[in-house]
Design a protein around this ligand. Structure first.
Ligand SMILES: C[S@@+](CC[C@H](N)C(=O)[O-])C[C@H]1O[C@@H](n2cnc3c(N)ncnc32)[C@H](O)[C@@H]1O
Length: 350
């Protein structure tokens, strides 16, 4: 019997973009089945440390067993990455050399016959990443007004036929399973037209709404930037345009010294760049990777490096750089950690 698995997307590109080095400290905010995490741990050995986060307790179980060989170098926590800053403080995991987000769902979640993420299997309309969340997709489908549903399907699914779909859902409620919902959507739009199944966008919209995906992403990216040490890398792999837009806009904004609106003759914003873009153009999977792993087809990788924006820290750049830390084995020295915390507190972005 084949073991269910998830193939990590853009693996080599991710490790390169994170500039993983022996002795480094990394956070994988979307641990999943631990594929990227395993590669980070291999490359950061000896001495590397990894904090792995996943909202899904099943993912933590699977990754814990997969990463058993690295048990002394890992800390895996079942939390939502929206609380990244608090998690790092709680576990004293500061500062870090690299933070990874591989957004969305793992194949294990998509293939699950009980989680309700996919219309390939009949399952209760759930879609929660964590059982501790209160609201399921069925709650949204069955209790929202048709106007609210249409708005949600249009905004999070970028679905042009959102009103038609919402109207038909309204007529057929209660809807409790994935296949029932997929059938209602097919009827609403008159069957399949293009490459995508007509239910794809609505399922995406519901999943985003149930898990507050875009709000959490917006909130965590700023925290991640603030948690990175000098020259630390932020790497984000996204799978749809709504996620990618958030990542692209924030990285572009934070890599500019001035963000005044066009036409303002002299800068009045006082904004200072705290990131340097690593790849000016987005990185996408090769045709070979897409062929081997069709789920990678929509992946987009963006990466940026942390700059310290205060003069004082430019002067001390050598001391805060990765090479200085690893050669001095300074990551655990309380005095150095205290200094770095001060550095972070003076360069926080909001
Ligand atoms: C695409 S998978 C990651 C796969 C992983 N990189 C690997 O190679 O196995 C995304 C993971 O992120 C988790 N996730 C999504 N949003 C999250 C959030 N807000 N907080 C914590 N985990 C989240 C999902 O539960 C899922 O396991």
């Amino acid at each position: 019997m084949s073991v269910p698995t998830h193939i990590p997307v853009l693996l080599q590109e991710t490790i390169e973009a994170l500039a993983v080095q022996p002795g480094g400290r990394y956070i994988d905010c979307t641990l999943g089945a631990g594929g990227h995490a395993a590669a980070i741990l291999d490359r950061s050995s000896p001495g590397g440390q990894l904090l792995g986060i996943d909202a899904d307790p099943e993912a933590i179980k699977i990754a814990t067993s997969r990463l058993e060989a690295h048990s002394s170098s890992i800390l895996l926590v079942n939390e939502n990455f929206a609380d990244l800053e608090a998690i790092c403080i709680k576990y004293d995991f500061l500062p870090v050399h690299g933070i990874l987000f591989d957004l969305g769902l793992s194949s294990l979640q998509l293939n699950s016959h009980s989680r309700g993420f996919s219309f390939q299997h009949d399952a209760p309309l759930d879609m929660r990443l964590s059982p501790s969340q209160e609201v399921t997709a069925a709650d949204i489908v069955n209790t929202s007004s048709e106007t609210e549903l249409a708005h949600l399907i249009k905004t999070y699914g970028e679905e042009a036929r959102s009103h038609q779909i919402a109207y038909h859902i309204g007529q057929e409620r209660p809807i409790t399973t994935t296949l029932q919902l997929a059938r209602v959507i097919e009827q609403a739009v008159g069957g399949r037209r293009g490459r995508l199944h007509p239910a794809t966008r609505t399922f995406q919209a519901l999943r985003i709404a149930v898990n507050h995906e875009l709000e959490h992403l917006e909130a965590v990216l700023k925290q991640a930037i603030n948690l990175l040490g000098y020259e630390g890398r932020l790497v984000v792999i996204s799978y749809h345009s709504l996620e990618d837009r958030i990542v692209k806009q924030l990285m572009q904004q934070e890599s500019k010294d001035c963000i005044c609106p066009p036409g303002v003759p002299t800068c009045i914003c006082g904004h200072k760049a705290c990131l340097r873009l690593i790849n000016k153009r987005v990185i996408t999977p090769s045709p070979r990777e897409v062929k081997l792993n069709p789920r990678s087809h929509s992946a987009k990788l963006r990466a940026a490096e942390r700059l310290i924006i205060q003069d004082e820290y430019y002067r001390n750049a050598e001391e805060h750089s990765f090479s200085a830390h690893s050669s001095a084995k300074g990551w655990r020295r309380p005095a150095l950690l205290k200094k770095l915390r001060v550095a972070f507190s003076t360069t926080l972005i909001r």
